[in-house]
Design a binder for this molecule. Structure first.
Ligand code: RET
Length: 277
């Protein structure tokens, strides 16, 4: 088993380098904009649901910081030489930022979902602990495979990917069994929003292991696989925007619907009756 701290990346075409560069840049902007939105949006929610927005805000802030570092590392790792972007061996791309980011944010994302359910204390604590632990384990187990140069299905990448899938399946199992009865207890509108959030989670999270598998089927990854390296970075980035910012907006919609159902009036600027006519 070879475990490298840094992978030897291939030289890229100007299109490939810039595609990844621009995606990282777009993601920094999206994460910080989402942070401002989630902070401001809290005032529209009942106090009980504000904490789930605080967690959303933390997630995108952590991600914005990491994308800033990933972007910087990507920029340093390549130099433009004769129309091609050449990998700089002395300033390798640090992919660990991504996994550190996931390690912090993925448990927070499941906590967000549990918080917005507004369950009795005992129930939510145990759910958060189990889901959060499984989420962290999933990320830790995926990392050795991500940075190994043995990328085959039955090699290092495949093995750790398989191990990481065990807690992943456990999370999905909990979401689609235990959580179903909780969702059914909510009103029609909230139940619909919650099952949408769960579906978004399934589709966005499901995207990561699929992207992770790309290198298993590409000869010469990563050193001689410019297309696969580009595709993997772009895929993880799109999934991160959907799983953090997009998902946070859905959690906001759920929290707002629940606040309204519980009788909270969201609009603070009410027109006085005398101003009518
Ligand atoms: C890995 C390794 C291969 C097997 C599996 C994986 C799952 C990763 C997931 C990541 C989710 C990240 C999120 C980040 C955004 O905040 C580690 C790729 C199952 C599900 C939601």
């Amino acid at each position: 088993m070879s475990l490298a701290m840094f992978l030897e990346l291939p030289d890229l075409s100007a299109f490939q380098f810039n595609l990844v560069y621009n995606m990282f840049s777009f993601t920094i902007a999206t994460m910080f904009a989402a942070f401002v939105f989630f902070v401001l949006a809290q005032k529209n929610l009942a106090p009980k649901y504000r904490v789930s927005m605080m967690v959303s805000a933390l997630v995108v802030l952590i991600a914005g910081y990491h994308y800033f570092r990933i972007f910087g590392s990507w920029d340093m790792a390549y130099a433009l030489e004769g129309g091609q972007y050449v990998f700089q061996e002395d300033k390798p791309f640090n992919d660990a930022y991504r996994y550190v980011d996931w390690l912090l944010t993925v448990p927070l994302l499941v906590v967000e979902l549990v918080l917005v359910l507004g369950l009795p204390k005992g129930e939510s604590g145990s759910l958060m602990a189990r889901l959060g632990f499984a989420a962290a384990l999933m990320i830790i187990l995926g990392y050795p495979g991500e940075v190994s140069a043995n990328t085959g299905l039955f090699e290092t990448r495949g093995l750790w990917g398989f191990l990481s899938s065990v807690p992943f399946v456990y999370i999905l199992y909990i979401l689609f069994t235990e959580l179903s009865s909780t969702i059914q207890r909510q009103s029609g509108r909230v139940a619909k929003l919650l099952s949408n959030a769960r579906l978004l989670l399934l589709f966005t999270w499901g995207f990561y292991p699929i992207a992770y598998m790309i290198p298993m089927f590409v000869e010469g990854y990563p050193g001689e696989a410019a297309g696969a390296v580009t595709t993997l970075q772009v895929s993880y980035t799109i999934a991160d925007v959907a799983a953090k910012a997009g998902y946070g907006v859905l959690i906001y919609a759920i929290a707002k619907a629940k606040s309204e159902e519980e009788g909270y009036v969201v609009d603070e600027m009410v027109k006085p009756a005398s101003a009518e006519a």
